[in-house]
Design a protein around this ligand. Structure first.
Ligand SMILES: *Cc1c(COP(=O)(O)O)cnc(C)c1O
Length: 341
């Protein structure tokens, strides 16, 4: 499959001669989760966004944001990030031959994401502050310098990310009742809603069910959270940039925004890995935790849960919440005891 700009060019703001910076993102698997369906009492499909080139859905938006930056003649791109935007921006900047700078909250980013941003050659700046402060600062910075901002406040990001909705509609022939999705800065739920509205008739829109971590749930409380805290670092955000649009998506679709605790997130995270063979990162599991805890609404039969990022991004959390390694002497009887126990 080509990348999303080539696959969906007629629905994206790119003409045929425009530069395209792509790693063949998109066209990710949508898989039926039978055990989870049984547990949830509805048919559950998983959109595996961790299968994108840098391991998260951010690549869909980044191919568009970086291609547009090249078209505009930018020399560098910058973002504030809880990790995945940084990894993606760094990779696409490298591919485009642009300089990349990423501002991350110090000590609050998963190991894999940090490794990605660094190995792709981005300048990684650890801010002694949280994501919301980082975003505020980069927005000021790009007013003063000719650097392209590739956070989801950039409309090209929304355009690219809406293509995931197109893929789901194609794969399910337009038949889905609800979408469950984690919400952090609220760009992705905005993107899906835009995508669905562009290709489905108004009577056929799925309910948009957004889930936030309980310690970082500004949309649920109706006010910013000053010190957001959750194990799901990708959605540790207290003041979402796409606040109004996300609320509009959920209200106009008859959906909801609800909170899930870290314990619920981690239970869903382990369940996906052990019962479905799908390893996502903690933030991604908020979609499934939300479905299991709150349901997706009356009359809903088929649900798509968006698994936004790959589990390998955050090996630390996996090791902390999985079983222990079994030590063993190099003897047959010992191996037997260790394996068959
Ligand atoms: C960015 C991200 C989110 C949140 O998406 P928003 O557009 O900020 O709401 C959720 N999960 C993962 C893995 C992410 O990288």
């Amino acid at each position: 499959m080509p990348g999303i700009i080539e696959r969906y060019r007629e629905r994206l703001p790119f003409a045929s001669g425009d530069p395209v910076i792509s790693l063949q993102e998109g066209s990710t698997p949508l898989i039926l989760a039978e055990r989870l369906s049984e547990k949830a009492g509805v048919e559950v499909w998983l959109k595996i966004e961790g299968a994108n080139p840098t391991g998260s859905f951010k690549d869909r938006g980044m191919t568009c944001a970086v291609s547009a930056a090249v078209r505009e003649g930018a020399e560098a791109v910058i973002c504030a990030s809880t990790g995945n935007t940084a990894a993606s921006a760094a990779a696409y900047a490298a591919r485009a031959g642009l300089r990349g700078a990423v501002i991350v909250p110090e000590g609050k980013i998963a190991t894999g994401k940090l490794a990605q941003a660094l190995i792709h050659g981005a300048r990684v700046v650890a801010l002694r502050g949280n994501f919301d402060e980082a975003l505020r600062l980069v927005r000021e910075l790009v007013h003063r310098h000719p650097i392209s901002l590739v956070n989801s406040v950039n409309d090209f990001r929304i355009e690219g990310q809406k293509t995931a909705a197109f893929e789901i509609v194609e794969d399910l022939a337009g038949e889905l009742d609800a979408l469950c999705i984690p919400v952090g800065n609220a760009g992705n739920i905005t993107s899906y809603w835009k995508g669905f509205q562009e290709i489905l008739p108004p009577t056929h829109q799925p309910r948009m069910c957004g889930f936030q971590a309980a310690g970082a749930a500004p949309l649920v409380h109706g006010k910013p959270v000053e010190h957001p805290e959750t194990v799901a670092s990708a959605i540790r955000i207290g003041n979402p940039a796409r606040w109004e649009e996300a609320m509009d998506a959920m209200t106009s679709s008859g959906g909801t925004v609800k909170a899930v605790t870290d314990a619920e997130i981690l239970a869903a995270y382990r369940l996906l890995a052990s019962a479905e063979g799908v390893f996502c990162e903690p933030a991604s599991a908020a979609s499934v935790a939300g479905l299991l805890t709150h349901g997706a609404g009356e009359g809903v039969r088929r649900v798509v849960c968006v698994l936004t990022g790959h589990g390998l991004k955050d090996p630390q959390t996996a090791l902390e919440h999985a079983g222990a390694v079994v030590p063993c002497d190099p003897e047959l009887s010992a191996i037997e005891r260790a394996v068959l126990r």
